[in-house]
Ligand binder design. Structure first.
Ligand code: GLN
Length: 498
């Protein structure tokens, strides 16, 4: 049934779930349609590291059987999703896109993925990403970069789907999955969403359990949902979030009914525009879409207020000290003894095994971060770099706290440009890091933040707007996102070439 499967893969989370519940199509039909798209796009887009069509079918059969038996269905029942390959999945290879973990098959399930399966979702496969989630373009993956389904009109130059959750964003934009998990340490949900015309939300730090998520920078890492609209993101986030005693930083709070409370009515709300986010050299179009977003917020009834976040300009520098510092510590566990790769040259001792394993198992970007992190934590430089960066982090949090005395949410561009071409920044780590200029501050402060597609640039590529909220106010973020989404009317999708 080519027609019905074509239309099924254009549906989102809510539509699929409701359609399955109403008997318009079976969960197995849905899984088959997405499995077919995943297989057809793999060689062109490289969005998945491993496809698991049998898992998607197995979950779908369980949902169809439950429905026939008249049992209650979960909030994600019948929805097949992509799982970023940073989440440990029992019995399915989990690599963090690294050679180090190639062949590693966990004997346990991450809390977030387990919750999603319990909610009725099925797994289409493990999505490609930047190696250990370090990167902004997906080019640091050991398994080759993901290629964006978007192209500039009249050009077949390959573009980045963003990073690190670039497999997630590409799969959603290309209709290989209606939704996917992402993780965000400094922008890895929001920037790929912005580059692909999709929606992604990173909740407050601590909302989603980090248990079973391969660690990058533990004080920043946070899982979130990615989909094609705000409602679908809310549904999925609700299924993912919640207290987990296995993660000491997990928040012991009930998950609010975000979806049921969605409202795009911003009357009585104040939207802050941070002055310091007007950075030099930002393309005029990004500025224009931001202005457009301000007009939409007003149209939704909000009062728009300028606010100041004076320490914004130190955020990137602080982030690129703190994140590598934590990474250098987290990645010390990959030593050839317990996980994944072991390189044991003939006659080698323990130290040689460590060195050989780590030399072979980590890519260049990961090594760069480990070197920087080890340096800033070393006895002679700790105070000069790491302690300073932590102080800056506190100042950035205080800036936000002050701004949120005056406003309910903040509105900014998500990224300083549209998607760039693969290869364009790969040898220039600094320009790559600059991509994170608007996303990193909210990460340092642990705040909920999302990206919604707002329009296209002159080249026909998506641009996103970011909404940042108070701690625990995912509802405020989602509602402002809904207001923008309703006015942007973003329906563009990449023209199929794969
Ligand atoms: N691009 C940022 C980095 O490389 C953010 C990555 C992320 O959020 N995982 O660290």
């Amino acid at each position: 049934m080519p027609n019905s499967s074509n239309s099924i893969t254009d549906l989102g989370v809510a539509a699929i779930r409701d359609g399955v519940a109403a008997g318009q199509f079976s969960a197995v039909e849905v899984a088959e349609a997405f499995n077919a798209n995943v297989a057809a796009a793999q060689s062109a887009l490289n969005a998945f590291i491993v496809a698991t069509p049998e898992k998607a079918i197995e979950a779908a059969k369980a949902v169809d059987a439950a429905r026939s038996a008249g049992q209650a269905l979960g909030p994600m029942a019948g929805v097949p999703i992509g799982m970023k390959d940073l989440f440990a999945t029992e019995g399915v290879q989990t690599t963090a896109a690294s050679h180090m973990l190639e062949g590693f098959v966990p004997r346990y399930e991450s809390t977030v993925s387990r919750k999603l399966w319990e909610a009725g979702a099925g797994m289409l496969g493990k999505l490609n990403l930047d190696q250990f989630a370090m990167g902004s373009s997906n080019e640091s993956s050991y398994f080759g970069n993901v290629i964006s389904p978007w192209q500039r009109p009249g050009s077949n130059a390959q573009l980045t789907p963003g990073g690190s959750s670039g497999g997630s964003s590409a799969a959603i934009a290309a209709r290989l999955a209606p939704a996917a998990t992402g993780t965000d340490t400094g922008g890895s949900i929001r920037q790929p969403a912005a580059y692909t015309g999709t929606v992604g939300i990173k909740p407050t730090y601590g909302r989603c359990s980090r248990w079973g998520v391969v660690a990058y920078a533990s004080s920043l890492d946070q899982a979130g949902s990615m989909a094609r609209d705000v409602t679908d993101c809310a549904i999925m986030l609700e299924a993912m979030a919640g207290f987990d005693p296995k993660d000491s930083t997990s928040l012991d709070l009930a998950v609010p009914a975000w979806t049921a409370s969605l409202s795009g009515d911003l009357r009585g709300k104040k939207v802050g525009i941070p002055l310091e986010y007007r950075v030099d050299g930002m393309p005029a179009e990004v500025d224009a879409i931001w202005e457009q977003g301000i007009a939409w917020a007003k149209d939704a009834g909000a009062e728009v207020v300028e606010v100041s976040l004076p320490h914004t300009r130190y955020a990137l520098a602080a982030y690129y000290i703190i994140a590598p510092a934590e990474a250098s510590s987290n990645l010390a566990r990959y030593d050839g003894v317990r996980y994944g790769l072991r390189d044991l040259p003939d006659g080698a001792g323990l130290q040689d095994m460590y060195a050989a394993t780590r030399a072979a198992g980590f890519g260049d970007e990961v090594k760069r971060r480990i070197l920087i992190g080890t340096y800033v934590l070393s006895a002679g430089f700790y105070d000069a770099y790491y302690t300073q960066a932590q102080k800056v982090r506190t100042l950035i949090s205080q800036d936000f706290a002050k701004a949120f005395e005056a406003v309910d949410v903040l509105l900014t561009p998500t990224a300083p440009s549209a998607a760039f071409a693969l290869g364009e920044n790969v040898d220039d780590p600094l320009s790559m890091y600059l991509n994170d200029v608007f996303t990193v501050p909210a990460s340092l402060a642990g705040l909920p933040a999302m990206s919604v597609p707002a329009g296209l640039d002159v080249q026909g590529l998506p641009l996103g707007l970011q909404i940042i909220g108070r701690p625990l106010d995912e509802q405020g973020v989602l509602n402002a996102g809904l207001a923008i989404e309703a006015r942007a009317g973003f329906t563009a999708k990449p023209e199929k070439w794969w």
